[in-house]
Ligand binder design. Structure first.
Ligand code: SIN
Ligand code: FE2
Length: 218
């Protein structure tokens, strides 16, 4: 193989994987082929656990609508943020994590250097134009040794990738349908958020963005 060929391969690899930090990456298009199956699974989850707008402990209604799948689900209300085994709306357990979701999360984590990731929680966020998610850390989980795997579907969004302090400068990273972001290790507690979504209708989801965030919560 010539040096030229190696260089071309390297360029392709750089294009498909964006390094955000020592243990954080964007895997461009990693979930593209699975997207229709993922969305089908999300539809079935939402029939049992509907999207709802949660309230922050400060009393503000979140602009992003949420639901969960897995043995644990993330919730917020005036008492704080926490994981629960049951959906507070229906008093039923959160719908179990479908295999197609677990497999994708596992493969993406392995691709980013976390070969033994087994999620027990999938937070499903639904954004419409104008929805945003302010800068936060994912810190309600028991075990920070496991990474976060975040899958983007539908409308594009501008992901805000910060540092270890809220005031640290943020990098703006556009995320498209099928992109997966993985962060763990020394990047596990980096601040992140999503800028207000602009209206760019997507062929599969129209003016919605669905984000799946896989975690090991328990
Ligand atoms: C999150 O931090 O929970 C979601 C991030 C995203 O929607 O891309
Ligand atoms: Fe988050």
């Amino acid at each position: 193989m010539t040096t030229g060929d190696l260089f071309a391969d390297q360029e392709h690899a750089d294009d498909a994987r964006i390094v955000l930090g020592p243990a954080s990456f964007v895997l461009r298009g990693f979930a593209l082929a699975d997207a229709p199956a993922l969305l089908c699974a999300v539809e079935a989850i939402v029939e049992r656990a509907a999207f709802r707008h949660m309230v922050t402990p400060g009393g503000l209604e979140m602009s992003v609508a949420l639901t969960n799948s897995g043995s644990l689900g993330w919730t917020s209300d005036r008492r704080g943020y926490r994981y629960t085994t049951h959906d507070p709306l229906t008093s039923q357990p959160w719908p179990p994590l479908p295999d197609v979701l677990v497999r994708l999360a596992h493969r993406a984590a392995a691709e980013a250097g976390f070969p033994s990731f087994t999620p027990d929680a999938c937070l499903i966020n639904r954004y419409v134009p104008g929805s945003r998610l302010s800068l936060h850390q994912d810190r309600d989980e028991q075990d920070y040794g496991a990474p976060i795997v975040s899958v983007s579907l539908g409308m594009p969004a501008m992901f805000l990738w910060g540092g270890h302090k809220r005031a640290d400068k943020t990098q703006r990273v556009p995320l498209f349908h099928g992109d997966v972001v993985v962060w763990g290790g020394s990047d596990r507690l980096r601040y992140h958020g999503v800028a207000p979504l602009k209206e760019h209708a997507h062929p599969l989801l129209g003016t919605q963005r669905i984000n799946l965030t896989f975690r090991k919560a328990g």
